[in-house]
Design a protein around this ligand. Structure first.
Ligand SMILES: C[S@@+](CC[C@H](N)C(=O)[O-])C[C@H]1O[C@@H](n2cnc3c(N)ncnc32)[C@H](O)[C@@H]1O
Length: 243
């Protein structure tokens, strides 16, 4: 199982539920929720600030697409969701605590919110030069231009801090690291390496070494010796059933 299936398994209460994928992007979690064996939801509210959702999901009658800002109260009624989930979204928000309050408003009593985030500092790349890999990852998590000013390389390990300050109860905590063996253009590992390159670009000497590092990753992938992983953390929050 990958991260979207893991979050689906944690989020879905019962078949026929009304759920939300918050910060849905192209809709990989939405797709996993809809495909949940034996427990598929009746409705998935797919919310993002941009028009990112894949076309086939826009055409699915079970999907309600919303272009909305998670830094504001969402245009959904109180207690209208059985469950909600988000993956790699919290670091982009101006006020994560206010967002968690709003999710609490949207959940019905007993409803669940799966808050999931990668902890980018734990990124693991197959490496020929371990010291250079460490330097590049450190530079990336400290400084990631183009990824947004609020991107946080340590977001995964901070989830419990946000959860603890929310009005929701922490039901369980999970973590995993999906293995990625591909390094072709568009793959997950390639996207992360692109971010690493961008972060190194302010330092001319490091930037040249980073370009060589990416070439090396390509060679490792061609030889079948490439691996990328990052630790994901997921906190399952529950609204008080008696509220
Ligand atoms: C790293 S992507 C994750 C997408 C998706 N959850 C996934 O894991 O594939 C972050 C997503 O959050 C969305 N996002 C960022 N800030 C947002 C905001 N204030 N309100 C709604 N969506 C936001 C972005 O548009 C983007 O689609």
């Amino acid at each position: 199982m990958g991260r979207f299936e893991n979050v689906t398994a944690l989020a879905l209460p019962v078949a026929g539920a009304v759920v939300a994928d918050l910060g849905c992007g192209p809709g990989r979690l939405t797709r996993a929720l809809l495909g949940a064996e034996g427990g598929a939801p009746a409705v998935v509210h797919a919310v993002d600030v941009a028009a990112t959702l894949d076309d086939d999901l826009l055409l699915d009658a079970r999907v309600r697409a919303h272009i909305a800002d998670l830094d504001r109260p969402l245009p959904l009624p109180d207690a209208s969701l059985d469950a909600a989930a988000s993956i790699n979204v919290l670091e982009h928000l101006r006020d994560p605590a206010a967002h968690l309050d709003d999710v609490g408003r949207l959940l019905r009593p007993g409803g669940r919110f799966v808050l999931a985030h990668s902890d980018w500092d734990t990124a693991l790349f197959s490496s020929v030069d371990d010291r250079l890999t460490r330097t590049l990852i450190d530079q990336w998590v400290a400084h990631s231009p183009g990824a947004g000013a609020r991107v946080d390389g340590f977001a995964g390990r901070k989830l419990l801090r946000y959860a603890d300050a929310s009005g929701l109860d922490v039901e369980s905590v999970h973590s995993w690291a999906d293995p990625h063996r591909r390094f072709d253009v568009g793959s997950v590992a390639w996207k992360v390496a692109t971010g690493v390159l961008a972060a190194a670009s302010a330092d001319t000497a490091l930037s040249a070494r980073a370009a060589g590092w990416v070439d090396e990753l390509r060679h490792l992938a061609d030889a079948g010796r490439f691996l990328f992983t990052v630790t994901d953390v997921a906190v399952v929050l529950r609204k008080d059933p008696t509220s």
